[in-house]
Design a protein around this ligand. Structure first.
Ligand SMILES: [Zn+2]
Length: 736
C-alpha cells in the first residue's frame, strides 16, 4: 500500500521511484522552447510514435493506451530524453540574467514529452510487464539514470538555479515560488551538483549501476511471483477453504490454461487467505515457504547477490555526497529529518507490539492445545489460529463479513465518502482508451459547480505481468502554470477475480486497502497548486501516507457500512451486531500486524545505517532480528530478497518507517473529527482540504499539519489506535 515519482525535470530525482501506492510522474503544459531542427525530428517521430504525441481526446487529453506497442518505448524514450536535454541546455545557455521565470519556471516546462512517455512506460512496468518489455527496461534503466545525471551535473544550469535561490528578489516571490526554488536547489545539491568533475563522473556510474540492479531486483521478484504456484489436484487439499477461495483458485488455474486443478499463486492476495483458512498444516507450510522465499531460492532469480551490491553503491554514493550513510541522505528532507528520530519512533512502538505478540501466541497455543493439535505455533500457523481466536473471543468470523463486502459496492462507498468530504461527484466514462479490458475510469467533478476536476482510472484485478500489492499512480499532475491542467490518477490493486458474473467479495483488510489507495487518489484530485512539481502527492515520503491512511478510517463509519456494506445476495446492510463485533475486534492481531511491519522497517533502517561494511543480506537479516528479539512465530512482512519497497528503486529505501510516521499523523488527525461532530464534520473536512489535501508540497508538512490541527501531532492517538499501552506494561486495551 504505498507510492511515488515526480515529473518533468523533477522526475530525475526519483527515477523509477514508484511502487507502492502513489506514483506521480510529472507533466505540465506545452513546450515553449523553439528547438528548430530538433523539433522537426521530434515531429516526425511523434507522427509514427503515439507515445511522443500530445495526448488527445477529452479532458485535456488522455493517455493513448490503445495504441501502445512495446517496440515504441525505446525510440520514444530516446527522442523524449533528447528533447528534455535540449530544453534544459537552452535554459542553461540563456544569456539573460537568471530569474525565476527564465530558470525555475522554464524547468517546470521542460521535458514534457518525457513525462508522457514515462507515464505510459511506468504503467507497462507495473501492470503489463512482459519478457519483451523487460528487455527494454533492462536496457533503458541505466540510460535514463545517466540522462538524469547529465542534467543535475550541468554546471551552468545549477549556477542559475543557485542564483535564483539566493536572489535578493526572492522575498517578492510567492510562497509557492520560494518553496519551488528551494526544492530545485536542494534537489540539485543533494544529487551532486556541487561535486567536482571526478566525483560527478563516479556518481553517475554509481547511479547507472544502481538503476540496472533495481531493474534486476524487481524483475527477479516478479518472475518468482508469476512462475511459482502451488497446484492442488485433489479436493481434499482444499480442506477448510471457503467457496470464494476455491472459486478463485479454480479461476487462477483456468487463466493459466490448467484444467481439473486448483492453484494458489505466489502473491499476498492469494497466500494470506490460504494461510488463514487451510486446515492442511503441511500445505500451509508449503505455501508460506514459497511466499517468504521469493527471491531467495538460488538460481537465476535469486536476489542475494544483488542486495550487497546495491548497499555498497548506496553507501559509496552517500559518502561522495557528504553524508554519513544512505539513511542520513534519504531522510534529510523528510519530515523526520534524521534516522535517529525515525528510529526513536519505531523503538517506542516495537516493545509494546512484541509484548502483544507473545499474548497473541499464548492465546493461539491455548486453542491448539485444547484441540489436542499437538503442535507449537509456527509462522504458517499464525493466521490460521488467529482466526480461531477471533471467532472464540469476538464471535467474529471473517467469512461472515465477506458477503457484505462487494468490491463494486465499496467503490460506490468511496465515491460517496469523497462526495461528503470534498464535494466530488463520479461519473463513468466510456470511449476513452484503456490498456487492459479490466480497467475502467470515471470523471470527477464538483457536485455544486459541475467543474471538471480530474479522471480516476481503476485497475482492480491481479494478472500475470502485474506487480503485487496496491498503489496509486498519477498519470498527469494538476497545475496552472500555463492555463488549467487537471489531474489524471489511478488506483491499482490485485483483487482476485471470482466466478464469472458473480460479485467480487473482498476481505475487511482488502476493503481497508481500497480506502487507503483512494486516499492517495483524493490527495491528487484535491491538488490546487500552480507548479506541477509541487502537486498532489509529490510530498515527503514520510508524509505521503498520511492522507491515504486517514481515509481508511471512513470504511468503518456507520454511514458507509449501512449504505454500501450490503449482502451480495439479500441486499441487506451488514447487521449492527456484526459491526459492533468488528469494532470490538479492531485492535485484534495488532501485535502481529505491527511487528511484521516494524521488523521490515527496522531492518531497512539498520541496513542503511550500516554504512560501507560488506553485508550478507541473509546473515544481516537473521542477526538483526535476533538482536531485536523478533518473535519466532512471525516473519518480516517483506524479507530482504523481495523487499521491493527498498530495492526496486531508492523510493522507500531507509523509508519504510514512513507508514508508521504517517500513522502518527493519521491517528492524531482523525481525533480532530472525533472532537468535532464526527467523521463527516464539514468544518473539519474543509480544514483538511485546505491545509492538507490541496496544498501538495507548497508548504512544509509540519507547518501544514499545525495549520490543520492547531498543534503538533502526538503519539498517544497512534498507541490507542493500535491498542498498545504507552508504557511497557501489559495492555488490555481492546481485548474485551
Ligand atoms: Zn499508501
Amino acid at each position: 500500500m504505498c507510492h511515488q515519482v515526480l515529473r518533468g525535470v523533477m522526475l530525475l530525482f526519483a527515477i523509477a521511484a514508484f511502487f507502492c501506492a502513489v506514483s506521480v510522474l510529472n507533466n505540465s503544459a506545452a513546450l515553449t522552447a523553439s528547438r528548430d531542427s530538433f523539433r522537426t525530428e521530434t515531429q516526425e517521430t511523434s507522427d509514427k510514435n503515439p507515445l511522443l504525441a500530445k495526448w488527445e481526446g477529452p479532458f485535456g487529453g488522455v493517455p493513448p493506451f490503445d495504441r501502445v506497442q512495446v517496440s515504441m518505448f525505446k525510440p520514444a524514450l530516446e527522442a523524449a530524453l533528447a528533447e528534455r536535454q535540449a530544453d534544459t541546455d537552452k535554459i542553461a545557455g540563456n544569456t539573460e540574467a537568471p530569474n525565476f521565470e527564465n530558470t525555475i519556471a522554464a524547468l517546470e516546462r521542460a521535458g514534457k514529452s518525457l513525462d508522457r512517455v514515462q507515464t505510459v512506460y511506468g504503467v507497462w512496468s507495473s501492470t503489463m510487464s512482459s519478457p519483451d518489455f523487460q528487455v527494454v527496461q533492462r536496457e533503458m534503466a541505466p540510460r535514463l539514470a545517466a540522462a538524469n545525471d547529465q542534467i543535475v551535473q550541468n554546471a551552468p544550469l545549477f549556477k542559475r538555479i543557485e542564483a535564483v535561490y539566493n536572489s535578493p528578489d526572492k522575498t517578492r516571490f510567492t510562497p509557492e515560488q520560494q518553496r519551488l526554488s528551494w526544492l530545485y536547489y536542494t534537489n540539485f545539491v543533494r544529487a551532486g551538483a556541487r561535486l567536482d568533475a571526478t566525483a560527478k563522473k563516479r556518481l553517475s556510474e554509481i547511479n547507472q549501476q544502481l538503476a540496472g540492479l533495481y531493474t534486476r531486483f524487481s524483475q527477479n521478484v516478479l518472475a518468482e511471483e508469476n512462475e511459482q504456484f502451488i497446484e492442488f489436484k485433489r479436493e481434499a487439499d482444499l480442506a477448510g477453504l471457503p467457496q470464494s477461495i476455491r472459486d478463485a483458485a479454480a479461476a487462477a488455474a483456468t487463466s493459466r490454461k490448467l484444467s481439473n486443478v486448483w492453484i494458489i499463486t505466489n502473491t499476498r492476495s492469494s497466500i494470506d487467505p490460504f494461510l488463514t483458512y487451510s486446515e492442511r498444516r503441511d500445505l500451509r507450510e508449503k505455501a508460506w515457504r514459497m511466499f517468504v522465499n521469493r527471491g531467495d531460492n538460488g538460481g537465476e532469480h535469486d536476489n542475494n547477490a544483488v542486495i550487497p551490491e546495491i548497499l555498497r553503491l548506496r553507501a559509496e554514493r552517500a559518502k561522495l555526497l557528504g553524508y554519513a550513510t544512505h539513511a542520513h541522505w534519504r531522510l534529510e528532507n523528510s519530515m523526520a529529518k534524521t534516522p535517529e528520530r525515525a528510529m526513536e519512533l519505531m523503538e517506542a512502538v516495537w516493545k509494546p507490539a512484541v509484548t502483544r505478540v507473545h499474548e497473541e501466541v499464548a492465546d493461539m497455543q491455548a486453542i491448539a492445545d485444547k484441540e489436542n493439535a499437538g503442535i507449537k505455533i509456527e509462522p504458517w500457523d499464525y493466521r490460521f489460529y488467529a482466526e480461531k481466536v477471533r471467532k472464540a473471543r469476538y464471535d467474529l468470523d471473517q467469512n461472515e463479513v465477506k458477503p457484505y463486502l462487494q468490491l463494486e459496492k465499496l467503490r460506490e462507498g468511496i465515491f460517496w465518502v469523497a462526495g461528503e468530504l470534498f464535494n466530488f461527484n463520479f461519473t463513468p466514462v466510456k470511449d476513452v482508451p484503456v490498456y487492459h479490458p479490466d480497467v475502467r475510469l470515471w470523471e470527477v467533478t464538483d457536485k455544486t459547480t459541475k467543474r471538471h476536476i480530474g479522471l480516476w482510472y481503476f485497475d482492480p484485478y491481479a494478472r500475470t505481468g502485474k506487480r503485487s500489492g496496491a498503489w496509486m499512480n498519477a498519470y498527469r499532475s494538476q497545475e496552472r502554470l500555463d492555463g488549467v491542467v487537471t489531474t489524471i490518477v489511478s488506483n491499482n490493486a490485485n483483487f482476485v477475480k471470482g466466478k464469472l458474473g458473480e460479485p467480487v467479495l473482498i476481505s475487511w483488510d482488502d476493503a481497508t486497502t481500497m480506502f487507503h489507495e483512494f486516499g492517495h487518489a483524493l490527495h491528487g484530485l484535491n491538488s490546487n497548486v500552480v507548479y506541477p512539481s509541487l502537486a498532489g502527492t509529490a510530498v515527503a515520503r514520510d508524509y505521503v501516507e498520511f492522507p491515504s491512511q486517514l481515509l481508511e478510517h471512513w470504511l468503518s463509519t456507520p454511514e458507509v457500512l449501512q449504505r454500501f456494506a450490503v449482502h451480495y445476495q439479500t441486499g441487506k446492510p451488514i447487521p449492527q451486531t456484526l459491526v459492533d463485533r468488528i469494532k470490538r475486534a479492531e485492535t485484534f492481531n495488532e501485535g502481529f500486524e505491527t511487528t511484521e511491519y516494524l521488523a521490515s522497517a527496522l531492518v531497512d533502517m539498520k541496513l542503511h545505517l550500516a554504512g560501507g561494511q560488506k553485508i550478507d543480506a541473509d546473515v544481516f537479516e537473521r542477526e538483526t532480528l535476533a538482536q531485536l528479539g523478533m518473535p519466532k512465530e512471525i516473519v518480516m512482512r517483506h524479507r530482504l530478497p523481495h523487499f521491493g519497497h527498498i530495492f526496486n528503486s531508492d523510493a522507500y529505501s531507509a523509508g519504510y518507517y514512513s507508514y508508521l510516521w504517517s500513522d502518527v499523523l493519521t491517528a492524531d488527525a482523525f481525533g480532530a473529527f472525533v472532537e468535532g461532530s464526527g467523521p463527516y464534520d464539514p468544518k473539519v473536512a474543509e480544514r483538511l482540504r485546505k491545509n492538507i489535501f490541496s496544498v501538495g508540497n507548497t508548504i512544509d508538512p509540519a507547518e501544514a499539519y499545525r495549520s490543520f490541527r492547531g498543534r503538533d501531532p502526538r503519539i498517544e492517538a497512534l498507541m490507542k489506535k493500535r491498542g498498545f499501552a504507552t508504557s511497557n506494561t501489559k495492555s488490555e486495551t481492546g481485548r474485551n
